[in-house]
Design a protein around this ligand. Structure first.
Ligand code: PHE
Length: 456
């Protein structure tokens, strides 16, 4: 079985594919606006804490299951805990990424729009004010048709890639685009922190105001960390099932998480100083980068219009690629389930899931315009899908994964997988600590943060 499914070529490609799933709109689009909505530096501190102490154990738990079984979530649960209720975790991980994909592809559509705008050199006019950039964005997302068409295009690209074999495509894609995006975001950060008035934004990111840490901010910071690393939904598990049996899980886990974390922090420093320099409200919400980046680009345009256009085109193109490498992994989890377990053809499985995501995505997209008054749990459909998945379903999925590895699997089994039967000396030495985190610390912290949301 393992042989038929194939495996990643090298540790580099494995890390690049996992980092490709992890690094996406979550880092560039979601992280800065979540920081803005939840009070800045204090949110970042909780995020850092979650990323290091919770995400790495969860990442390891998922990858231990994946590498152990060489199967996707549902099959892995059937193999490790046959005939038990753990199979429901398999179902959960099929549905959650699809709900995420529905609203993610709406933002993917916005990225296409901004990429097209950059091609028509729309950001090089320094005379356009920040308010005008915001008004253009507001007008675009609230119009009924254009965002819908672009949402459809984004989802269609996903479907095509997934139908025609993901592996070669994903690997080739990410190896190239991830480093480019990284270089660009560092350059934009350097530019942004030097804008006049940027220091207020830097202060906002480094001086924590602990009064801002409410229960819901804690939950959102943890949810953002899980979202950013694609945890609790079976993506990491599925990718880890393509790892070779002698791969070092600790190394892939630490590299991928650190890469992702660094990326988010740099994106925060690229966006927030410009937000303050331009006098935008940091809690402006999901549109934050689409209002700020055009402003940054047009200020570059004062001295060098050609440079501004090149940077804008490259930047929106790579955002689009980063979004695609993540969204493809969401679709792949569901498709893998239907193909492996339900014996459906790849094309049929993709078409079915495409239809489901498309319909929910239409509601999400329209919730910025004609359906803005349709509320679910007091939120628009878009916000409801976002919160339901990142604050609850991903958190719940992550909890179940650590619980499964810490309490259901045998310690010796976990140890073998983590240390490659004792052949990795460093991993053998740290196994006790890692296991303690998986078994006690991660579940306790997740439950505590979850409860604090209900109580504080
Ligand atoms: N981690 C991705 C991002 O940061 C989002 C994602 C969530 C991908 C869940 C897969 C599964 O954009």
């Amino acid at each position: 079985m393992a042989k038929d499914r194939g495996s990643f070529n090298s540790r580099f490609t494995a890390i690049m594919a996992m980092a490709g799933s992890a690094i996406g709109l979550g880092n560039i689009w979601r992280f800065p606006y979540m920081v803005g909505q939840n009070g800045g530096a204090a949110f970042i501190l909780v995020y850092l804490f979650s990323a290091i102490f919770l995400c790495i154990p969860i990442f390891l738990a998922e990858s231990i299951i994946g590498k152990r079984t060489h199967l996707s979530t549902f099959g892995a649960m059937e193999k490790l805990a046959p005939g038990t209720r753990w199979k429901w975790l398999g179902f959960l991980t099929v549905f959650t990424p699809l709900i995420i994909l529905s609203y993610y592809s709406v933002v993917g559509g916005w990225s296409i729009e901004y990429f097209l705008k950059s091609l028509t050199l729309s950001f090089s006019d320094p005379a356009v004010s920040m308010e005008e950039h915001s008004a253009v964005f507001g007008g675009f997302i609230s119009s009924p048709w254009r965002p819908l068409v672009l949402h459809t295009v984004f989802l269609l690209i996903n479907a095509v890639v997934v139908i025609f074999g993901v592996r070669g495509g994903i690997e080739r894609f990410t190896k190239l685009t991830t480093p480019v995006l990284f270089i660009l975001i560092v350059l934009i950060m350097l530019y942004s922190v030097n804008l006049p008035g940027a220091s207020a934004g830097i202060d906002y990111l480094i001086h924590p105001d602990f009064s801002k840490i409410t229960g819901s901010a804690l939950l959102s910071a943890m949810g953002q960390a899980f979202f950013s690393l694609s945890l609790g939904v079976g993506c990491i598990l599925t990718y880890a099932s393509y790892l070779k049996s002698d791969e070092n899980l600790l190394a892939t886990g630490i590299f991928t998480s650190m890469f992702d974390l660094l990326f988010a922090i740099i994106a925060g420093f690229a966006i927030m100083p410009a937000v303050f320099a331009a006098g935008i409200e940091p809690g402006a919400g999901p549109g934050l980068i689409f209002e700020t980046l055009p402003y940054i680009f047009s200020t570059i345009g004062v001295d060098a219009p050609w440079l501004c256009n090149i940077v804008a085109i490259l930047f929106f193109l790579t955002i689009l690629f980063a979004a695609l490498t993540s969204s493809i992994s969401m679709l792949e989890v569901g498709v893998a389930y239907l193909v492996d377990q339900r014996k459906m053809s790849r094309a049929k499985a993709t078409a079915l899931l495409f239809a489901g995501c498309w319909i929910l995505g239409v509601l999400c997209s329209l919730s910025f315009g004609p359906l803005r008054d349709l509320h679910v749990f007091g939120m628009t459909v878009f916000d409801a899908c976002d919160h339901l998945t990142s604050d609850f379903l991903m958190t719940f999925g992550s909890l179940l994964f650590v619980f499964f590895v810490g309490w259901k699997m045998k310690r010796a089994e976990v140890r073998d997988e983590f240390t490659n039967c004792g052949t990795l000396r460093f991993n053998s030495r740290v196994f006790g600590v890692v296991y303690f985190f998986i078994r006690y610390v991660a579940p306790a912290a997740i439950i505590a943060i979850f409860l604090s949301n209900l109580l504080i």
